[in-house]
Design a binder for this molecule. Structure first.
Ligand code: PGA
Length: 235
């Protein structure tokens, strides 16, 4: 793992944007795994700016998002479909057909998960995966458990995740969808390069466990210690 500390969120985001931009310049048809939440907003702003400046194009890029709330339609303002449009897809030249998120309203979530895993495999796997880290050590919505969840799956969100995300739902954890569809750890670990961004000092304790503690399913991000090409960025 390469671990880098920055002075600020802005400096971390700038570095992350240059890393993703380098990937796209080296391989214009890159397959990117993308994240949502507060963490990557600065990274997406940076990418939009590099696109505006003519330094990168998303015309041949394909994206797969990590997760989506279960039960929220794509049109809901707090869906991750809406998030991605707002912060990245509407600002760059990526064709909509090359952006992939799970359908939060899929009638058969198991089937939707199989479809998603198969689509990522068919695309050749992920060249670069962007990750945030949850207060409970989740990556994507792979919550702490008794074993590592390998495949895309429907997950009950941890109470700490519901509390953390309540800010997007009027401050009420009861309004946050209780479950979500998430990419599993096999896909994430299969990415050829991983950028893990840690959003601030309040997450240092869980980051320390993830990168310096034992590898265990109670801290899902700890599995990244077994990956050969991870950049950990924090401030
Ligand atoms: P945040 O959370 O980006 O909203 O800080 C990241 C996560 O929970 O994965």
């Amino acid at each position: 793992m390469n671990v880098r500390q920055f002075d600020s969120y802005e400096a971390m985001s700038r570095y992350a944007a240059f890393s993703v931009a380098t990937q796209i310049r080296q391989k214009p048809d890159s397959v990117l795994g993308l994240a949502t939440g507060s963490t990557p907003i600065g990274l997406y702003d940076g990418l939009a700016q590099l696109y505006q400046e003519g330094l990168i194009s998303f015309r041949r890029v394909t994206t797969f998002n990590l997760d989506e709330y279960y039960g929220l339609p794509a049109e809901h303002p707090e869906s991750y479909h809406a998030f991605m449009k707002r912060y990245l897809f509407s600002k760059v030249d990526i064709p909509a057909a090359q952006t992939h998120l799970m359908d939060g309203c899929a009638k058969d979530p198991a089937e939707e998960c199989r479809r998603y895993d198969a689509a990522i495999t068919a695309a050749g796997g992920l060249d670069l995966q962007v990750l945030g880290i949850g207060f409970d050590g989740h990556i994507g919505f792979n919550e702490p458990g008794d074993s590592f969840a390998v495949d895309c799956h429907l997950v009950q969100l941890d109470p700490s995740t519901l509390a953390a995300n309540a800010r997007f739902f009027g401050g009420d954890p009861a309004k946050v969808p209780a479950s979500a569809l998430t990419m599993g750890l096999r896909c994430i670990m299969g990415a050829r390069h991983i950028l893990l961004l840690c959003n601030g000092p309040e997450k240092h304790a869980i980051l320390k466990q993830a990168i310096g503690g034992p590898v265990r399913p109670e801290v899902p991000a700890s599995i990244l210690q077994l990956h050969p090409n991870v950049d950990v960025l924090f401030f």
